[in-house]
Every structure is written in structure tokens, then in C-alpha cells.
Ligand binder design. Sequence first.
Ligand code: ATP
Ligand code: MG
Length: 393
Amino acid sequence: MVYQSFLIKYAEIGTKGKNRFLFEDALVSRICHALRAVDGKFNVTREHGRIYVDALEDYDFEDTVEALKKVFGIAWICPMVQTEEKDFERLTKEILAYLDQVYPDKHMTFKVDSRRADKSYPRTSEEINRDLGEAVLEAFPEMKVDVHHPDMVLRVEIRAMVNIYSQMIPGPGGMPVGTNGKALLLLSGGIDSPVAGYMVSKRGVKLAAVYFHAPPYTSERAKQKVVDLARLVSQYSGPIDLHVINFTEIQLYIYEQCPHEELTIIMRRYMMRIAERIAGETGCLALVTGESIGQVASQTVQSLAATNDVCSMPVFRPVIAFDKQEIIDISEKIGTYETSILPYEDCCTIFVAKHPVTKPNLKAIRRSEENLAEKIDEMVETAIAGREVVEIR
Ligand code: ATP
Ligand code: MG
């Protein structure tokens, strides 16, 4: 393998000053965490606004790149060759050898983009661009210069060492997880909520998750599917504690006591109430759902307002204005789609009314919930106290 190092470029730093170090530290720690799953030993270091990953032994290049592509905060992954050689003649030889190895087919246009951070270096960057460009043209006559739209940009950075790279693989963007607090994802087995979790996590937010399980109406396989989805999301977000709430009694009680066309809304209001309690107990400052305007009866603007009515925490709904296909596109990209479409029932489909309200009246909903007064508080306490926590690492 020609590359023993990667230069990691990041784009966006949320806030400046001291927070820059927090951001960089978080990114280094996320990179180390991601590379633990890869064959090989790596050294991850920080130097003047950039991060280097150095392989200390043989490693799997493809796996390493795949792992880095899942680390939020990375804008570009640049496989790189580093050399201590600064003598221009010998450095040129090394660079030509690099090009020869990386580009067996040399029918391409290129330009040289050099930076001289080490100002004591005897040539300016313009001189390096010119002289190196000439050396490349002489060594590989098939290559042509195009300074405007080159197929390949040969980047040479003169620092303590010399960095040579010409490939830039896009990272996922976003901010490192851990730099923006923690939120609780309401994770069902569907397509939307894993995407919602991914999107919020991409902004640097650590995740916990809650799943409302209704055995025997929902099977163990439905639960396993949610665990699998949480694991897929955690490849990006890092560890997730998945809180599994047994929701059966509450659902049956609502079913007995409330008008059936209001079941879904009332059920969703209890999900939000319970989620908010768990969020409070686990250091989460917001809830995250996969709701999208108009997708189903419980997601009309009126229904969303009725659901939101019970929350005092912010509720993040990152896919709120996305079309279904746009959500599917993301779920395919992040690898959750195939699992999401497995056919196991989720608890919302069991208790759905034939004609659910699409424009719930908030006063009517609150009145219906009064029918639950006798037992619901105790049921909620029991459900929260008896929850199972699946640690996804
Ligand atoms: P998804 O594809 O995410 O399942 P959906 O289109 O099926 O969404 P709903 O069933 O109305 O939509 O649920 C809306 C949101 O409520 C979900 O995106 C999810 O955040 C949350 N939710 C629904 N059911 C559950 C559940 N059983 N456990 C946890 N959260 C749930
Ligand atoms: Mg669902």
C-alpha cells in the first residue's frame, strides 16, 4: 500500500475560540473509536487545524476509508504520502514515484497546488508549482496541464514533513458526535425514524433511543428489528442506549377508554410523555422523531400540534418537510433501508382505527384522556420503571 497516512480535513466548526479545541478533540476521539473496528493500529494526531491518521502497521485501506466515511465532522479523507525529504531534486523524484504508482494510466490533465507552511523553504509555492509541473510533464508526456478544470490536483505541502496527496474522498460532513449535547430518538421499525436519528446525530448530537413495544401484538422479531436499526444508526452516532418500554397495557387501556378514531393521537401523546420522562432521566435535552407533514393521519399539521401539546422539551423533526422518496434515498445511503422494510408489524399498525381523525380537536382529545384518569399515571410509572435498556456498543 502506497499510503501510510491520511490527512483529515474538516469543514464546519460550530463555534470558534476555545470550542475549536473541543471540536478537534471530539473529532480525534470519534476517529479513534471508528478505527477500533478496523484491522490495524493507527496513531491519530492533531496539528495546526488538521488531523492526521497514521497507520503503524499493515492495515486494510478500504475498511479504513469506510470507517472514516462514517465519522461526522470529516469533510475530506485524503490518503497521503509523507516524506522527510526536502531537497527539491530528491523530493521531485519521490513525487514522480508516487504519481507512477497511484496513476498507472497517465492520460489525464493535472495541476500542482503547493503550500509552503515552512517559510524557510528556499522556493516559493509558485516556484514549486512551476518546477514540479515541468518535472511531471517531462517524466510523463501523456499528462497535460489544465489549471482550470484538471482531472487531478497534485497537492504538496511543505511543513515539518512534506505531505503529498492527490485523492480526496468525501467524508459525511456534519460535526463530531459529542459536541452538541444529547437527544432521545423515538425509534420505531420504520424508514423515517432511523433517518431522523442519523440527521440529528450528524449535527454532533449524541443519541439515546426509546422503542415502544407491545407484546404479544408486536413480536420479538419486531423488537429485534429495532435493535438492528439502532445498531446501524450507531455506526454513525456512536453508542446508543435503547430503552424498550412495554406499552401493551397502556395501549389496551386507551383502546378500552377512548374513542377509537382518537387512538393513534392519544397513544402518540403518551409516547411523547414517556419519552420526555426518559429524556429527563438520561441527560437528553430534546426529543427526535421521524414525523413528516401529511404522511399519515397522525402527521397532519393538526395532529402534530396535538401530539406536540404534551411536550415541553424541544422536539426535533428533521424530516418534517421531506417527501417519502427523499427519506428513502437517505435511508438507502446510510444502509438502514433494507432493515426498515422487513415486514414485521409495529405497534401503531395494530391499534389503528378504520377512520382515524385527521384534524383532531385538542379540547376533545384532552377530554377523552380524562377517561384514563383512574389508572394511567400508575401504568406510566410501571412502564418507565420496568423498561429494559439495550446497550448498543
Ligand atoms: P417510521 O418510519 O419512523 O416508523 P412512520 O411513518 O411509521 O415513521 P408513525 O408510526 O406515525 O410514522 O410514527 C411517527 C414517529 O413516531 C416515528 O418516526 C417515530 O419517531 C415515533 N414512533 C412511532 N412508533 C414508535 C414506536 N413503536 N416506538 C418508538 N417511536 C415510535
Ligand atoms: Mg412507524
